[in-house]
Design a protein around this ligand. Structure first.
Ligand code: ADP
Length: 508
């Protein structure tokens, strides 16, 4: 079985061309034969009339042998291929020049003879008549034999006297009967058929080349599809290369190939995205369970001790245990609410309630909120707010959350006597917000990771408190909120010198 599209197309083309070739040869042979017959009959139209002119071949229905022999002799001299028949008034063959015994018919049909003799049908040549030597039909010349004294040329028109018989001359003999004979006889015919055959071969070869070219791209596409199907994990790079091999033609195949590759790339990207999300989800679940379990176990331990040693603990110890248990429960509460917040932000459930508000006022409020804590830690917390800043359009509650996160982090990581500054500035069409501190700073290689979920910088000294308080979700929430506002957060930091977090909000 022919399986490939190329082989099928080639086969169909071959069959069509073979049919076209056969039809062409048949048509050419038919028209050539008709043409030869027409020319032959036209040239020899009056041959029969000339042969019988002024000769009396029939006398009262009897053949005049000597006169006939004389004509046969003339005929042999003019054209040996031509056969002459003497017909009676009903078309019966009375005498003939063909070799004795070679005539198969007793009579020939007179209808074509009468048509031939009718001057009106001169344009309808060739007219074929019965060939007495075979069952076929051939071109002929004919003339009526009139009663002595009447002119043969008058016969058709007058009709006064019916002819005594007819002279019937079969032209051309048997020489063009077969195709081979015909071809052999005509150089022009041979040439034209050879040229047609050459043309068909050329069309076949060009067709094969075109099909090869067209199916090559289909094959490439099919190979890509198979690869996609087999691997289940498409590699976008391998797919995109094959579409560009053939160059840009802009045809349907190219469009098909492009849309397939676009689709494959999209699938690949989505699969990768899903895999990445799945990886993050697993990581999150692992982190969540770890982060929940630790304070929960601790809380449980202290509460158990308190319950077991009820009345046996010193009041100071009891208070300390209760405080620790409280801190753990606070941390648990905070972790759960931050997780919930992040999940809501992720699911885009949090619809942004954009409104116009003064960023300077908001910064002032939030700074005020943290002022007590800063004083307690002996850190200078202040805001730098230029005059006449335009309002911003954003979700005020979420932006407040961002500021709280950043200031809280800054305070947490800045030692005593340090400072935390929240500054606003105008930048073409936006308001720039910066929260800078003079704290411990973050190592350069940690910077890209601090916005990751549950990521906490490991610090040898002074970091214990931060470790215990932080959930590793604050900056992830901050980043997500700013993403929802269509903006990003940037950070620069130097170990021991401090950090600076910056973002832009659209101004109105
Ligand atoms: P956490 O709630 O634990 O602080 P975050 O996502 O807010 O988690 O921060 C991630 C990590 O980035 C923290 O472990 C912290 O060490 C570090 N970090 C954040 N802000 C600062 C800062 N201003 N100075 C130094 N380190 C910081």
């Amino acid at each position: 079985m022919v399986k490939s599209l190329y082989a099928k197309l080639a086969l169909v083309l071959f069959v069509l061309l073979a049919i076209a070739g056969v039809l062409y040869v048949q048509l050419t042979l038919f028209t050539t034969r008709r043409y030869v017959e027409e020319v032959n009959q036209r040239l020899n139209h009056d041959l029969a009339a000339h042969l019988v002119a002024d000769r009396i071949l029939l006398r009262d229905g009897k053949v005049d042998r000597p006169a006939l022999e004389e004509i046969f002799h003339d005929l042999m001299v003019i054209h040996p291929q031509i056969e002459l028949y003497l017909l009676g008034p009903e078309g019966e063959i009375l005498a003939y020049s063909a070799p004795p015994g070679s005539v198969e018919r007793q009579r020939v049909s007179l209808a074509p003879v009468r048509k031939f003799l009718d001057p009106a049908s001169a344009s309808a040549l060739p007219i074929l008549g019965d060939d007495p030597r075979s069952a076929g039909r051939k071109v002929f010349s004919a003339a009526p034999i009139l009663f002595p004294g009447a002119l043969s040329t008058e016969a058709g028109s007058a009709g006064k006297s019916a002819p005594q018989g007819y002279v019937y001359v079969v032209l051309g003999g048997e020489e063009y009967d077969s195709v081979a004979n015909l071809l052999e006889a005509s150089y022009v015919l041979r040439l034209s058929i050879l040229a047609a055959a050459g043309g068909l071969v050329l069309v076949l070869l060009s067709g094969l080349i075109v099909f090869r070219f067209l199916t090559r791209r289909l094959r490439g596409l099919a190979a890509d599809m198979e690869r996609l199907d087999a691997s289940g994990l498409p590699a976008p790079e391998t797919l995109s290369s094959s579409s560009s091999d053939a160059g840009s033609t802009g045809d349907e195949l190219e469009q098909l190939s492009q849309s397939f590759h676009r689709m494959a790339r999209r699938i690949a990207e989505q699969v990768n995205e899903i895999q990445e999300k799945e990886r993050l989800r697993r990581e999150l679940v692992a982190n969540v369970s770890h982060d929940l379990r630790t304070p929960l176990a601790s809380l449980h331990g202290y509460l158990e001790t308190l319950s077991l040693k009820e009345g046996k603990l010193a009041p100071g110890e009891q208070k300390q245990y209760l405080e620790i248990a409280l801190r753990h429960s606070e941390r648990l509460g905070r972790l759960v609410s931050e997780l919930f917040e992040l999940a809501k932000l992720d699911a885009r459930e949090t619809e942004l309630h954009r409104e116009l508000f003064s960023m300077a006022e908001l910064v002032q409020d939030v700074v005020q909120e943290f002022q007590l804590e800063a004083e307690r830690k002996n850190i200078a917390l202040h805001a730098e707010l230029p005059e006449g800043l335009p309002t911003v359009e954003a979700d005020i509650a979420l932006v407040e959350r961002v500021l709280e996160n950043l200031i809280e982090n800054a305070l947490r990581h800045t030692p005593e006597k340090g400072s935390v500054t929240v500054a606003l500035d105008r930048r073409n069409g936006s308001i720039g917000v910066e929260v800078a501190d003079t704290g411990c700073g973050i190592a350069e290689d940690e910077l890209p990771r601090i916005f990751g979920r549950f990521y906490r910088v490991q610090r040898a000294e002074g970091g214990e408190l931060a470790e215990r308080c932080g959930t590793g979700l604050g900056l992830a929430i901050t980043k997500r909120i700013l993403e929802l506002h269509g903006t990003t957060i940037e950070v620069t930091s130097r170990i021991g010198r401090g950090s600076s977090f910056r973002f832009l909000l659209p101004a109105r």
